[in-house]
Design a protein around this ligand. Structure first.
Ligand SMILES: Cc1cc2nc3c(=O)[nH]c(=O)nc-3n(C[C@H](O)[C@H](O)[C@H](O)COP(=O)(O)OP(=O)(O)OC[C@H]3O[C@@H](n4cnc5c(N)ncnc54)[C@H](O)[C@@H]3O)c2cc1C
Length: 479
C-alpha cells in the first residue's frame, strides 16, 4: 500500500486514475496536479464540439475525483526531485510523494515552417489539442469563410469536417500522396478524398507546406511547389508528441515516450507513467484513450495492493473517424504480410473495403463507407476469432444461402465476450449482467459500466442491447 500518490497531469488518464484509486478503499492521500486551468474533460469530444454537435458543458468527463482527492488545476509541475521525492510547481511549492504517476499526455507538433514561431502562434493560426485550442479555432471560425487544415491525418480530417459543417470552405493540405496514409492505402485514400469533397472539404495532396504569413486579415500558406493558399483560418494538425520533458529532465529513460515495464513502472520504482506520455513494452506511443484507461486501472490495482500481479497487456488498436457523413474503421495492416486479401471498391458510392486474413484470422482491415459488416469485422479482429468460411459475409455483410450475414449486427447473436465499448473495454456479457442487476435504461447501463463515455461511438450499440434485453424480458425469453 502506497502512502501519498501524486499524479502529474489532469487529463483523461490522470482523471481516470484518480477515480480508480478513489473507488478502491484505502487510507491514502491522492493529489492531482494539472497544468490546464480547468477540470479534466473528454478531449476526444473536442472534435464533436468543433463540429457544433455538442456544447462545452458536454465535454465534461464522467469521472469525478472523489473526496479526499486534492485536485489542483492551473498547477504545472516544473521539476521532479527523485532523491527528495518531491515535485515543484511554478510558485515554488514542493509537494512530497511516496509514489509519483506521470500522466502528462501529448503535445501538438508545430511544424517547422518559415515565418512560424512555435512559442507564439500568430492570429488565425491554431493547433488542435486542448479546450483552449478549440475555443481559439471557434473564435476565429465565427467570422471566417475559408479554412486550411495542414495535415490529412485522423484529427486533421475531423477538424476539417467539423469546420465544413459550420459552413466554412475547407481545404486539407497534406504532404503525402493520399489522406491518412498511416491507416489507409492509396485506393481508400482516394475514396475518402471523394467523400470529403462531397461534404465541402477539398484536398491538396502530395505537397508539403514550407512557410506561412499571417496577420489579422488572413493567412497565407506557402507550398513547396511554389504556389500559395489563402484563408481566414489555419489549423495545424501535424501529429502529436508524447510530453516527456519533465521525465527526461529528471533523468528517467525516455524514447518516444517515458519507458515503462508491464506494471507501468519507469526505471525509478517510485515513479509510474500512463497514457499518451508512456511507452510500455510492445507498444509505440498509442495516442488513444483505451490504452490510457486500461493502464490507469492496472496502476490503481498495483498501488492499492488490490492485485499485485496486475499487468498491462497492449491490445490491437482499431481506429475510427468521428466525422458526420464518413464511416471509416481501420485496424492492423491489411496492405502487407502473408495470407489472403479481399477487396471491394465502389468509389461512386464512397465505399471501399480491404481485409487481410491469415490462418483464418483477420490481421488487418480498412472499411470505408457503407459496410454493414463493420461491427463483425471489428469484433473478429479484436478477439482474434476465426472468420466465417464464406468470406462474402465479411466483405459485403451478406452471404449466399441461409447463413447469417453479420452475427455482430444482432445483439442476440453476439457472443458475450464481444467488446462493445472499445475505449472502456466493456463486453456484451458485462452489459447483460448490469441489466440483470437492475439497470434498465441506456443511461443506467452507461453509469454502471462506463460504456459509451469515451468516444461515444458505441452508444447506439448499447441502446440496441438495452432494446433487445427489454424485449426479451417482456416476452419472457431466457437470455
Ligand atoms: C481532437 C481530438 C480527438 C481525439 N479523438 C480520439 C478518439 O476518437 N479516440 C481515442 O481513443 N483517442 C482520441 N484522441 C486522443 C485522446 O484524447 C488521448 O489519447 C487521451 O487524451 C490521452 O490521455 P492522457 O491523459 O494521456 O493525455 P491528455 O488527455 O492530453 O492529458 C494530459 C494532461 O497533462 C497535462 N500536463 C502536461 N504536462 C504537465 C505538467 N508538467 N504538470 C501538470 N500537468 C501537465 C496536460 O496539460 C494535460 O491536461 C483525440 C485527441 C484529440 C485532441
Amino acid at each position: 500500500m502506497t502512502g501519498h500518490i501524486v499524479i502529474v497531469g489532469y487529463g483523461m488518464a490522470g482523471a481516470r486514475l484518480a477515480t480508480e484509486l478513489h473507488a478502491r478503499n484505502g487510507d491514502r492521500k491522492v493529489t492531482v496536479l494539472g497544468a490546464e486551468p480547468h477540470r479534466a474533460y473528454n478531449r476526444i469530444m473536442l472534435s464533436t464540439l468543433l463540429a457544433g454537435k455538442i456544447d462545452e458543458p458536454d465535454v465534461e468527463l464522467a469521472e469525478v475525483a472523489g473526496q479526499g482527492t486534492d485536485v489542483r488545476t492551473g498547477a504545472p509541475v516544473t521539476a521532479i526531485d527523485r532523491a527528495a521525492r518531491t515535485v515543484r510547481t511554478p510558485d515554488g511549492d514542493l509537494v512530497d510523494y511516496d509514489h509519483l504517476v506521470l500522466a502528462t499526455g501529448s503535445r501538438a507538433v508545430v511544424p517547422p515552417l518559415a515565418g512560424l514561431d512555435p512559442a507564439a502562434l500568430p492570429p488565425r493560426v491554431a493547433v488542435f489539442r486542448t479546450l483552449a485550442d478549440c475555443r481559439r479555432i471557434l473564435a476565429t471560425a465565427r467570422s471566417a469563410r475559408t479554412a486550411l487544415v495542414l495535415g490529412g491525418g485522423l484529427l486533421g480530417l475531423e477538424a476539417a469536417r467539423g469546420l465544413a459543417a459550420r459552413g466554412l470552405a475547407v481545404t486539407v493540405v497534406h504532404p503525402h500522396p493520399y489522406l491518412m496514409e498511416r491507416q489507409l492505402d492509396p485506393a481508400a485514400g482516394a475514396v475518402l478524398a471523394g467523400t470529403l469533397a462531397g461534404l465541402g472539404v477539398a484536398s491538396r495532396l502530395g505537397v508539403p507546406a514550407t512557410g506561412l504569413a499571417a496577420d489579422p486579415d488572413g493567412v497565407r500558406l506557402d507550398l513547396a511547389d511554389g504556389t500559395a493558399l489563402h484563408a481566414d483560418l489555419l489549423v495545424l494538425s501535424c501529429g502529436v508528441r508524447p510530453d516527456t520533458d519533465l521525465a527526461a529532465a529528471a533523468g528517467l529513460a525516455v524514447d518516444r515516450g517515458v519507458l515503462v515495464d508491464d506494471r507501468l513502472r519507469t526505471d525509478d520504482e517510485a515513479i509510474s507513467a500512463i497514457g499518451d506520455c508512456a511507452r510500455p513494452p510492445g507498444q509505440g506511443p498509442a495516442g488513444l484513450v483505451a490504452p490510457a484507461w486500461a493502464q490507469a486501472r492496472v496502476v490503481a490495482r498495483l498501488l492499492t495492493g488490490e492485485d499485485p500481479t496486475a499487468r498491462y497487456r497492449p491490445r490491437p488498436v482499431v481506429t475510427r473517424l468521428k466525422a458526420a457523413g464518413i464511416d471509416l474503421a481501420a485496424m492492423g495492416d491489411p496492405t502487407g504480410g502473408p495470407g489472403e486479401e479481399l477487396t471491394f471498391s465502389d468509389p461512386a458510392r464512397g465505399t471501399y473495403a480491404r481485409l487481410r486474413i491469415h490462418q483464418d484470422r483477420l490481421t488487418g482491415a480498412i472499411l470505408l463507407g457503407d459496410n454493414p459488416s463493420v461491427g463483425t469485422v471489428v469484433q473478429l479482429f479484436d478477439r482474434g476469432a476465426p472468420v466465417p468460411g464464406d468470406r462474402r459475409a465479411l466483405l459485403l455483410g451478406r452471404s449466399l444461402g441461409n447463413a447469417p450475414a453479420a452475427p455482430a449486427a444482432s445483439p442476440a447473436l453476439m457472443p458475450d465476450a464481444a467488446t462493445v465499448c472499445q475505449c472502456n473495454d466493456v463486453d456484451k456479457g458485462t452489459l447483460v449482467r448490469c441489466w440483470r442487476e437492475g439497470a434498465r435504461t441506456v443511461d443506467e447501463m452507461v453509469a454502471a459500466t462506463r460504456a459509451g463515455t469515451g468516444c461515444g461511438g458505441c452508444r447506439q450499440a448499447v441502446g440496441g442491447i438495452a432494446d433487445w434485453l427489454s424485449e426479451a424480458d417482456s416476452v419472457g425469453t431466457p437470455r
